[in-house]
Design a binder for this molecule. Structure first.
Ligand SMILES: [Zn+2]
Length: 304
């Protein structure tokens, strides 16, 4: 009777997003298929119940494969472009001078010093870094701003097991048009429900391991439609073949210096950039910037 009621009154919705966020190195290839084999039994049991599968971003190869993996018959695909035309895309070569620690230090100190100089005009920024450098950056911020807590601070640190009060306060503050919190240090916000509207800038101190993850993370900017930017710092070491889970799409995004970044970002998802976007609003390539010159001069504009 329960099964009959389910069949008559329901549809089944499969949320793919959380699994795919981790797909780069936790659930991929055969592991991915093994996990989804169990879902394949659902259409067999509920053979006359409609199914809907939802995902944030899917590479075209996986999009073609998923109906088979999930056991769906004659599915209809509805796709909306994740292209956010209010986000300017920029890549920056990381310095080749100094050790890894010094390179990360240079990135986070630049941001922390700018925040200290003028917190009210500092664009609300999420800075993605490896956890070990987040703790160094937090210590540096404490040195600059002194002791404080999340109720008074102009910055926040988020990680997966962060205190719920800190997360809640940060999310609430960033709902405001002019939030007190201007800089958020994090390694990942996957699974935190962190999608605040005031963020204007996303900085990655190193690339994530998949283009899908990058697309989802930069999508945290410009949620009100405000002009925003996404800046990716990278060097060869960040995209070396021996990095666990690193995928070719993010390697291509970093290495290719002869194509519009927006096109590079969207192509693996079978999409093109939105028509009509002006070069100065698109990406550093379309602005015809010489990234290597900027790198040498260290003269990129943090307020783009
Ligand atoms: Zn472009």
């Amino acid at each position: 009777m329960v099964l009959k009621n389910v069949k008559e009154n329901s549809c089944i919705v499969i949320i793919l997003r959380l699994l795919l966020l981790k797909s780069s190195f936790i659930i991929r290839g055969e592991e991915f298929r093994t996990a989804f084999q169990k879902l394949k039994t659902l259409p067999a049991v509920f053979n006359d119940v409609p199914f809907m599968a939802l995902s944030g971003t899917l590479p075209t190869s996986l999009m073609k494969e998923l109906p088979n993996i999930l056991g769906l018959n004659n599915p209809v695909t509805v796709q909306e472009s994740p292209d956010r035309t209010n986000i300017f895309l920029k890549k920056l070569h990381k310095s080749k001078i100094g050790d890894t620690n010094e390179i990360y230090e240079s990135i986070f100190k630049t941001e922390c010093d700018d925040l200290k100089k003028d917190p009210y005009n500092y664009p609300v920024t999420m800075l993605f870094m490896p956890v070990c450098y987040i703790s160094q950056a937090a210590a540096y911020l404490k040195h600059l701003f002194g002791d404080g807590d999340i109720t008074t601070s102009c910055y926040a640190v988020l990680f997966s097991r962060q205190d719920k009060v800190v997360l809640k306060t940060t999310v609430e503050e960033l709902q405001m048009e002019y939030p007190r919190i201007r800089l958020i240090l994090t390694s990942s916000v996957a699974g935190m429900g962190f999608d605040p509207p005031s963020v204007m800038r996303i900085i990655h101190a190193r690339p994530p391991r998949t283009l899908s993850q990058y697309l989802q993370e930069i999508g945290r900017a410009g949620r009100r439609g405000q002009n925003s930017s996404a800046i990716l710092h990278y060097n060869k070491r960040d995209i070396a073949k021996n990095i666990p889970g690193i995928q070719e799409d993010i390697v291509q995004y970093c290495n290719n210096e002869e194509t519009c970044l927006r096109e590079l970002l969207l192509k693996p998802f079978g999409l093109s950039k939105s028509p009509g976007i002006a070069n100065e609003n698109c990406c550093s390539f379309c602005l015809n910037e010489d990234i290597s010159k900027l790198d040498k001069a260290g003269a990129f504009d943090n307020n783009v």
